[in-house]
Design a protein around this ligand. Structure first.
Ligand SMILES: C[S@@+](CC[C@H](N)C(=O)[O-])C[C@H]1O[C@@H](n2cnc3c(N)ncnc32)[C@H](O)[C@@H]1O
Length: 274
């Protein structure tokens, strides 16, 4: 797909998703975000770059860990995500986060060898060429600096995955053509090594994603995530048919009290060469 088009789909799609993202996904993503934070082990006074930061579900705990002596730059392609993060940082008086709109594949606003740690939680699936991000991360990390990346796992282990073909069938171009690539097999770890990272370690996490009811599951899938731009343009009839098809696709995971949808994540850590 044309790279400009893919970036526009991401940028404006996530702008649209901003008000539904946390309600839709906070509980489902807590486990993998915790795992990333534990692996990252951010320490007092460190400099951290959080890529594809979204509303800051990972940025705020990182900022807390590095304390007032530390500095965190949070970047995202979506202006609205950055505004939301800034707004919360202001409201809760977090002063050590600087939020900037930036494409995670180019990072041209960031100087060389600035960071002790680079993180990216659940952003790489939306990047066209994650290898660009890995090479840029190596450029901006200090020698020996750490990087931790988390992605969704293999398609067959993510029970909500039919959202993509369901939406793609109703639009002209695929929304997230490479979504499950990084989390399949050892692709993420292998690409990190190929980029020049050392000490690459991989952890695969299986979990269950809780959604309280149909409405909650639909909001997360359609309005709170990467298909939000396409969904926002559907007429009523298209919305209804897409929603019905999605609910049918997750029907096997319906329990007495909402949904428990299988999910899988991969978390990789690595170091820049000394
Ligand atoms: C699922 S959210 C993850 C947000 C956050 N890291 C978290 O763990 O909650 C994915 C984020 O990736 C961002 N994104 C998508 N493509 C991007 C790109 N090329 N560069 C930077 N951010 C991008 C989106 O705007 C969105 O905020």
């Amino acid at each position: 797909m044309h790279s400009q088009l893919q970036r526009r789909i991401q940028r404006y799609g996530w702008d649209k998703a901003v008000n539904n993202y946390e309600d839709g996904w906070r509980d489902s993503l807590a486990l993998v975000q915790k795992c990333l934070l534990k692996t990252a082990n951010a320490r007092h006074g460190e400099t951290v770059l959080d890529l594809a930061c979204g509303t800051g579900l990972v940025s705020f705990p990182l900022a807390d860990a590095i304390g007032p002596e530390g500095r965190l730059i949070a970047t995202d392609i979506s202006e609205k995500m950055i505004e939301e993060l800034e707004c919360v940082a202001h409201a809760i008086r977090v002063a050590n986060i600087e939020a900037k709109r930036a494409d995670g594949e180019t990072l041209d606003i960031i100087d060389d060898q600035m960071f002790d740690l680079v993180t990216c939680a659940l952003g790489l699936m939306y990047f066209l060429e994650p290898m660009n991000t890995f090479r840029q991360s190596l450029r901006v990390l200090k020698p020996g600096g750490r990087a931790v990346f988390a992605v969704w796992g293999a398609r067959k282990n993510c029970g909500w995955a039919d959202i993509f073909p369901i939406v793609d069938a109703r639009v002209k171009s695929e929304v997230c053509p490479m979504f499950f690539r990084m989390g399949t097999g050892n692709v993420l770890a292998n690409e990190l090594k190929e980029a020049g990272f050392e000490n690459v370690k991989e952890e695969r996490i299986s979990t269950v994603l809780p959604f309280a009811n149909d409405e909650n599951a639909l909001t997360a899938a359609f309005a709170g995530g990467p298909v939000a731009l396409a969904y926002g343009r559907f007429d009523d009839a298209t919305r209804k048919s897409a929603e019905a098809e999605y609910l049918a696709s997750i029907a096997d995971f319906k329990k007495a009290s909402g949904y428990e949808i299988p999910g899988e994540f991969v978390v990789c850590s690595a170091n820049a060469p000394e």
